[in-house]
Design a protein around this ligand. Sequence first.
Ligand SMILES: O=c1ccn([C@@H]2O[C@H](COP(=O)(O)O)[C@@H](O)[C@H]2O)c(=O)[nH]1
Length: 231
Amino acid sequence: MTDKPIVVALDYDNKNEALSLIDKLDPTMCRLKVGKEMFTLFGPQLVKDIHDRDFDLFLDLKFHDIPNTVAKAVSAAADLGVWMTNVHASGGLAMMEAAKKALVNYGNDAPLLIAVTVLTSMSDEDLALLGINVPAQEHVKRLAALTHRAGLDGVVCSAQEATMLKSSFGQSFNLVTPGIRPVGADVGDQHRVMTPPKAVAAGSDFLVIGRPITKAADPLASLHQIVDSLK
Ligand SMILES: O=c1ccn([C@@H]2O[C@H](COP(=O)(O)O)[C@@H](O)[C@H]2O)c(=O)[nH]1
């Protein structure tokens, strides 16, 4: 297991609310994720505010565009000094290769670059509506293979696919898994879910957890409970 596997997803529309949670957290306990909502509202200044507090930051903007555009976006994310960023694997091999190439000049300062396979909110039925008539597990494997071939550092997937992906692509291929739900937590819009201890046992490297922490009556206590459940 990675030393700090929990990545708290900060999906807030209020910056002060987010910062007041962050100020109660310890960077040795977890990493943080900023996604489309907060980055659209608060921009690069939020990234600076989080870096000032010494947290590793996953900038989860899931770039999906033509290769040239994605390469430039990934390079802009690297300029912000983030720990991890991502693209959609369904953008294709050329797009992922261009994104990877854009980070060459950053050397050891380059963020980890990972690709989203199939969103954890999607079921086999959702895929069928897109004309993808294979189980999610099979489509995830196909997109992970493309990501591995492009030389990226890993994928976003469900923990339900973790064992299969570790055995196919090896231990060093990072598996970042949202859709994490402690026993009894509201599943919400997620479909392919798993509890924190089971996700780690299955091979997840990083557990992305949002609402079970941020919407809890006591977010800090909820985070502590999850951390303790992994010991
Ligand atoms: O497949 C994916 C990719 C990204 N996410 C993001 O992770 C968090 C999950 O939040 P919860 O509140 O724990 O459901 C959220 O920011 C998503 O944008 C994902 O869920 N699935």
